[in-house]
Each structure stands twice: as structure tokens, then as C-alpha cells.
Ligand binder design. Sequence first.
Ligand SMILES: NC(=O)c1ccc[n+]([C@@H]2O[C@H](COP(=O)([O-])OP(=O)(O)OC[C@H]3O[C@@H](n4cnc5c(N)ncnc54)[C@H](O)[C@@H]3O)[C@@H](O)[C@H]2O)c1
Length: 486
Amino acid sequence: MKVTIIGSGYVGLVTGACLSDLGFKVVCLDKDEEKIRRLQAGDVPIYEPGLKELLTRNCAEGRILFTSDVCEAIEHGDVLFIAVGTPPSEDGSADLGHVVDVASMIGRHLNDFKLVVNKSTVPVGTADLVRAAIAHELSQRDLPYELFDVVSNPEFLKEGAAIDDFMRPDRIVIGVDEGVNKAKSNRMMGDLYASFNRHHSRTVWMDVRSAELTKYAANAMLATRISFMNEIANLADELGADVEYIRRGIGADSRIGHSFLYAGCGYGGSCFPKDTRALMSTARAHGKVMRLVSAAEQVNGDQKLLLVNRLVQRIGSDLTGKKLAIWGLSFKPNTDDMREATSRVVIRDLLTRGAHVSAYDPVAGAEAILALRTDCQDQPELLDRFEVVSEDMQALKGADALMVLTEWKVFHNPDFQLMKKMMRCPFILDGRNLYNPETLSELGIAYQGVGRRNDLVQLLTFNDSHDSFPVTPASITQELDLSVDA
Ligand SMILES: NC(=O)c1ccc[n+]([C@@H]2O[C@H](COP(=O)([O-])OP(=O)(O)OC[C@H]3O[C@@H](n4cnc5c(N)ncnc54)[C@H](O)[C@@H]3O)[C@@H](O)[C@H]2O)c1
């Protein structure tokens, strides 16, 4: 069985790389010709641990190739995965433009039986749209409707751990509908994922509509857990309790479990924000209101600005002349993905209040600059006060506070003494609860976590050996441009 992946982004590339590593002959198609050129040259356009190694090995062994030639790609696969983006429309609903374009493209090119597998996250009913678009094109060419089937196979991988998630899935959800091709589709999907089911079956079979909704339900549940913990954390702050104890205390209950109970400065990424909004939009279209999901989304919106609000409470709302250091720009560690990252909201707000912002991220610097350029299109001059630096300590030079926004491992155990020396005011706003408030208190570093005994917070002290902002706007702009090129 041969496999074609249509859409070579995070999901498409990981799916293609992993299936080729399991021995399938895979062709990855993308309409972005530059992306395909880079992939053909051995350059992987996204940062995902282990992906480059997997692609390099399987390319060298001739099991995966990249193309922007639609005919070649559709001809190749017995199974055609759709893995294109489903970005949010203005009203929050999923924009299915790419999915329907791909369906029409398949319909224009297929000549023998193809199993179309939808891996993109799509609202209930999308498989019907895909079927209709393919059938329309087939009817134009007098080809029979039975020449294809459409099944749903939503993806649950997490960026930053995507290869492992794909290779060791908790479950594989497959939705197949009644029809003349059902037996064949079941068999092909069974064969495709047989390697994962050798020890015990991980596949959950269902109908297509249930599979489509399963993906949204999973993401909405996880987003709700995070927002719930953030509300508990914010209350803990008021009450002098520590959310880290609470997290462990409730996580030990086997009915609750330990995952997704971390309080912090909000969730982001390409999935939770988009998928919760799309789910609410689907519900609205059917006269229903998703009250819990809506609350989770609102809590998250507020949570992204929690650290800025804390800072403003401590040093005032006008941040002119202040320098803020940021550690962590990507929406989570081990990725350079900046989609809906908390850092974007925080940095824009700080710049608008007049602050200078010096940021460090182990991999996402260049992506962050592109994202901030988009966010500040209406006021590009704000970016004169923004720089991305190449070392964590460099960001701290003369800073009035540090905000930790992403829990990259390298931030877990920094040299606090050096940090104290580097900063004008040793004040850490820890958006990911990485540090021990008592340790920092002993070191004389003012600290605020999320739900972490903020009654322990020290008075701010200022280190007069630093200017309030040592970097000139010109040097910032220069570094910004250099970072983009890099
Ligand atoms: N990123 C994740 O962590 C994740 C996890 C699970 C599910 N998903 C879902 O998977 C889908 C893809 O997400 P992603 O993050 O990989 O998106 P992405 O934006 O990284 O990649 C999508 C790719 O599809 C390509 N494309 C668009 N139209 C095309 C066409 N007509 N022909 C060929 N290529 C085309 C784009 O050029 C792009 O390279 C989305 O529905 C998303 O919600 C994403």
C-alpha cells in the first residue's frame, strides 16, 4: 500500500516521516513550492525534535519524497491523507477552503480507487463536503462515484513530542461510514495502522461524524482543564495557598490524573484556541451554546495578560523607559510554532505601554519576529523597542523584570546569582511555575508565579549600577533584522 500526504506542515510531515519509517512508500505534496524545494534539499522548514533525522534517513533509503506535482502525488498513493490547515475564520468557524480545494483536486486527478483519509481537524459534516466535491469532479469526467471513499482519522499529536506521539499513540481514532466501500476502507485502514496494534489494539473504530467530533471534544476537554487550574491558581494567589500542592493533591486522585493540571500564563498554539472556537461555532450553528468551553476560552484570554497585570500592579501602567526581559517565545517548548503564543499578546501589550522588550528563545526567535511584525502592522514603530537576543542572560541586561513565558528545559535551572547581577531590578514573573518561591526569596529575588504563595513576594530592589535601558533603539532594529536573516 502506498501513501500520499497532501499538506506538508506539522501534521503532514510527521505523518509522512513516521509512515515511511514503518516501510510505506510515501509522497508528500504541498502547494508551497518553496517549502517543497527546501524539503527536497534536505532542509526541514519546522523545528520538531527527531523529525529531521527521520526524514533524512527515509529520504536516503528512498521511502519518502516531496513534490508539488499534483498528478504525480495523486497517482502514487492508494491512501491519500488530507493534512492541510483549517485556520479560523473571522467568526471562529473552521475555514475549510484548503480542505475543499484538495477534495476537488483529488476528484480532478483520480483514475482508480483511492481511500481519502482526512487528518485535518474539521467540523462534523466535512467528510460529506469532501465526498460531494470529489463526486462533482468525477461526474464531470463520467467516472463512477464508487471510485473513492472518505474516512476520518483525526490527529492527536502534540508539537514538541510529535514523533513519539505518532509512533506510540494512546489511541487511533478511525471513522468509517456505511457504503459500498466500507469493507475495503476498513481493511486498508487496518493494514495502514497494523504496526501500532500488534501488542494490543489501539484503534477506536466509529462512524465519521463521531470521529470528527472526537477531536474537538478532546481539545475542548484539555483546554477546559487548563483554564480550570488557572482559575484555581488565581484564587490560590488571593488565599495564600500554593497551586503546586493543589495540583499534586488532586492529580493523585485516579479519577483526575496528573496530566494537564499545570497552571500558567495561558495556552496557545495552533489547536486549542482554534478548535475551541470552531466547536463553539458549530454548536451555535445548531442552536446550542457550549458554556463550559466558552468560559475556558475567556479565562484563557485573561490569563495571557496575567503577568502584565501583575507587573503593572507593582510598577505602574506607564512602562516608558522600563526594560522587560522575556524568556520563551514559542507557545510551548520544543517547537518554533508561534501560533497564538502567549508571548505575542504580552509583548504587544508591553510595547504599547512604552516598554523596551528584550527576548530570548532557544529556537523560535526568527518566527517570533515574523509573528510580531504581523501583530504590529498597525503600529510598526512599536518594534523599534523590541529585540530578540541570542543568549538568555543577554536579555536580562538592565532589565526591570523577567517574564518566563515558555518552559524550555534550559530555563529550569538558571544561575540566579548571575541573573540578579544582570538585572536592574531582580524581579521574576514566572508564567510557567518553574522556580521555587522560597529559594528566590532567600536569594533576594522578587518572585511571582501563578498561584504560588504570592504573600512571600519580596519588595522590589533596584540595582543602580545599571542604566534603566542600555540598548539604543538603533541597535535593537539592527539585531532584529539580523535575527530575521538568520
Ligand atoms: N499542528 C498540530 O499540532 C496539530 C495537531 C493535530 C491536528 N492538527 C490539525 O492538522 C491540520 C494541519 O495542521 P498543521 O499544523 O500541520 O498545518 P500547517 O499550516 O503546518 O500545514 C498545512 C500545509 O498544508 C499546505 N496546503 C494548503 N493547501 C494545500 C493544497 N491545496 N495542496 C497542497 N498543500 C496545501 C500548506 O502549504 C501547509 O504547508 C489542521 O487541521 C490542524 O488543526 C494540527
